[in-house]
Each structure stands twice: as C-alpha cells, then as structure tokens.
Write a protein of this length. Sequence first.
Length: 394
Amino acid sequence: MVTRRVLDLEYAIRDVAVVANEVKKTGKTVYHLNIGDPVIYDFKTPEYISQALADATFKGQNYYVDSLGVAELREEISKFENKKNNINTTTDDIIVTQGVTEGLIFTIAGLIEKGKELLIPGPSYPVYINYSKFFDGVPIEYELDEQDNWEPNIDDLRKKITDKTQAILLASPNNPTGLVYSEKNVKEIINIAGEYNLPLISDEIYDQIIYEKEHSSPASFSKDVPVIGMNGFSKAHLATGWRIGYMYFHDPENKLIELKGGIENLARSRLCANSIAQFAAIEALKSPGTHTAEMVNKLRERRDYSYKRLRNIEGISINKPDGAFYMFPKIDLEGFGKWKNDKEFVINLLEEKGVCTVFGSGFGSHGKGHFRITFLPDLETLETVYNLLEDFLK
Ligand code: PLP
C-alpha cells in the first residue's frame, strides 16, 4: 500500500525532534540546537517585509500567479544576481520556487533518472541525498576534507565522476560544516565540470551569512560552464516559513535549454509558488534593509563563543565555520568507549541533558562520528548548553 520511495526517506534533523518531544513529556527542558531556523530564536522577520505581506493579502493579491513567478519579482531577482555575480541573466532565466528545497526537487527531477548519479559534497545536506534516491538515482559524495577546514578534496571529486554523472553540486556556505569553498576550489570544480561537460548546481541559501571570507559563486567565475544557482528568502530575510526561493540559470552557451524547459513544465504542474510571499519578496529585494548585517554580527559573536567553548572540551575536535550557522564537531567515540555511534551519542545527550543536536551520520556516510549543532540561540542559552555538554562528557 505504500512505496519504498517514500518509506526510505530520512531527515535526521526532524527525526531527532520526535525523540525531543518524548523527552519534553518527562518534564525536562529541551534545548533545540537541531533546527537551522533563525526565526524560532531571537531573529525576527523585518517589519517592513511582513507589512508588505499583509498589504499583498489585503490588496487581494491572493490569486494564482505565473507558475514561473511574479514578473516583477523575477526581474528584481535577475538584477540582484547579475549585480552580485557580475553575470547577465534576464527575467526568463529565473524561476521562483517554494524555497530552495523546491528548486532542488525540480533540478534533481530534471536531471536524475534510474541509475544516474549526482555528485554532492559529503557530509551532505540530507535533501540532496533524499531526492537523488527518490528519483531512482544515486547520490555520490565527494569528500569535504576535515583536515583542510572541510574544503572539497578535488582529487576525490575527479575520481568520482563516471559516465552516469549528471551534475556536480556545490553548497557554499555549507550545511553542516560551515565551510565557504575557497575561490581556488570553486574554479577547479568549474574546470572539471567543463572538462566533462557537466552542469553545476550551486546551493547559495547562506551566501549572505558569512563571517570573514568572501562568497565565491561559481556563476561569477564561469564563462561557459552552466550553473543553476539557487537562493531564497528563508535565511537572509528571516522568512523561513514563507517558502520562497528561486533558481537562476547562468547558461552563456544555452546548454540547458531542454532542462530548463522541462523544469518549467514541472513548475506549471504545481501551479505556482505562494503569491503573497512573492509580492513581499519584491520589497525585500528593493529595500534590502540592515537586518542581514545585524544578524551576521550577532551570529559572529555566537560562533566565536561556541568555537571557544567546544574546542576546550576534551574528546571533541572542531573547525571554525566561515559561514552559515552550524558547527560539525567530531566526537572521540573510541576514546569515550560509551557510545556505539554518533546517533547513540546524540540520543543519550538529549535524554540525559535535554540538549538536542543532530547525529552526523544523518548527513551521509562522511558525517559519521560527528554531530551538528546550531549556534543560533542567544549567548545565555549557548552557555547553558555547553555547560551541560561538558558535564555530560565528564
Ligand atoms: N539548502 C540548505 C543547504 C539548507 O540548509 C536549507 C535549510 O536549512 C535549505 C536549502 C532549505 O532552504 P529553503 O527554506 O529555501 O527551502
């Protein structure tokens, strides 16, 4: 009565929330460090953007809009991406989606079929793995090298290309490691993609949440290799629940015309993305405000504090993230000799101390022996959490 396709889907980030609910029922306080949603912490959607959403509602813009997105929004997105990346997209190169998540589903649906492979970073954001499998394909992870601050291992990436590879996916800033790929590595990946005639998929949802480095979007360096960039309003504009994102096609030699046509068919089949949120998103792009910079400043302090605390806990090793709001510490499971694997560690920590993180193996095989923690909560909460963690490991 049900397909393997849906039964096999795993999403560790939400799976631990189920255990957290059981723990809550026992009366214990649970500290949520498992979900990358700034809006559930002390970051709020800017008022002028919320006002634009309300205005759109009361102006009656509650109808089905163009399946590819409201024209004015597509135009603003195109201008925004052109300026940021020094590229030449037009409105026709933009498709508005229900979050980057839907952009990923569309792209993977358009590229992957039985036995075809998608090259993704490992550790990997689970959605890349899930949808590759959902469409009967095979996610293949290229290594992000923990010893090299999680930079992609270019030799490994090259070795993993086969005649079934359909595309290479980059996710920078990266979830779960916080890595911002170096410009050198982005350029190397573009060269490899060019050599094998593969498109790049670039998940850029965290591109405005960066602490030191510059973000290098592959589109800004690529003269001929096609790049499908994805971004949205969830993180930079603090509107996670609005479900608005977009894809932009940087395709100077028109290699993706067929794929884009197919993705447009898919977009039409699901009618349209949330209309009122699209009208509000126009406002967010027209007057970008100061909220993103303010959020980054707050987060930098929380990252520095988290790094200082975690690196001083015996049995934990950690890299300092360049962007996004996650850390991906390694836990010396052998040294402690108490937990069989990262999942057991995470569940035990949650049950005993109420600290809810995500087990590393939920981010693919390269995530084993790690856990992901978000440093979105305020400093006071973070202090409590690291004290609890220290206690737990003693
Ligand atoms: N891509 C990455 C790497 C993410 O971490 C997330 C959410 O956490 C998403 C995409 C989802 O973005 P959206 O809310 O635009 O669907």
